[in-house]
Ligand binder design. Structure first.
Ligand code: DX5
Ligand code: ZN
Length: 216
């Protein structure tokens, strides 16, 4: 399977949200990456359900929702209703991660777990078989446009090896600082989904930027 590209809506122009959604609809992007931040788990607040509802109304591709919030269990059902196809929670934010993953799957969504840059992939040993996606944060979560952390390559390789060993089909997603210089190497190391905010929306031609990220 060739890799997927998921533009991050966080970097869109919220004054022209419908225009930016249509751009993604008509581009070669695969998913919409949607960052939900609560100002507690991360030092920033992004947007909530009203914006997500507008997104759901116009988006013609699956919504890949990345929750950077504490106690995400409270909202699993609400995100299903808001149209999430993939729901990703942070390992660092979940006391009963296994239960949270089961709840997401019971609601009929793909279940993802995100790891901060300091969190070892080894902590996934006991849940990897249950996961549809692992999101490796390649920046500290909270903001778009940050610099890619080089140690991520090693984590992708480690996780790729773990997947093989355990027969896991979980997609490896890379989130943060993905650009034209690192995306090829990330895919070569085993990445399956590339999230890109600044590289897409900071480009003079966002749709062309997506096409570049799709073709290595
Ligand atoms: C960071 C978010 C990312 C962010 C990526 O906390 O989870 O999804 O939007 O943006 P770029 O690609 O600009 O680093
Ligand atoms: Zn994200």
């Amino acid at each position: 399977m060739s890799h997927l590209v998921a533009p991050s809506v966080l970097s869109a122009d919220f004054g022209n949200l419908q225009r930016d959604i249509e751009m993604i609809n008509h581009s070669s992007a695969d998913w919409f990456h949607v960052d939900i931040m609560d100002g507690v788990f991360v030092p920033n607040i992004s947007f909530g359900f009203p914006v997500l509802k507008s997104l759901q109304k116009h988006a013609k591709k699956p919504l890949d929702v990345h929750l950077m919030i504490v106690d995400p269990d409270r909202y699993i059902r609400a995100f299903k209703e808001a149209g999430a196809a993939v729901l990703t929670v942070h390992l660092e934010a979940c006391t009963h991660l296994h239960r949270t993953i089961q709840n997401i799957k019971q609601q009929g969504m793909m279940a993802g777990v995100a790891l901060n840059p300091h969190t070892s992939v080894n902590l996934l040993t006991d849940v990897l078989p249950d996961l549809d996606l692992v999101c490796l944060m390649s920046v500290n979560p909270g903001f778009g446009g940050q610099k890619f952390i080089e140690n991520t390559y090693r984590k992708v390789e480690q996780l790729h090896a773990m997947k093989k060993e355990m027969g896991s089909k979980a997609l490896i997603e890379i989130d943060g600082g993905v650009d034209f210089n690192n995306y090829t190497k990330l895919v070569e190391c085993g990445a399956n989904v590339l999230v890109a905010g600044n590289t897409v929306f900071g480009a003079s031609d966002p749709s062309a930027a997506i096409t570049i990220l799709k073709n290595r």
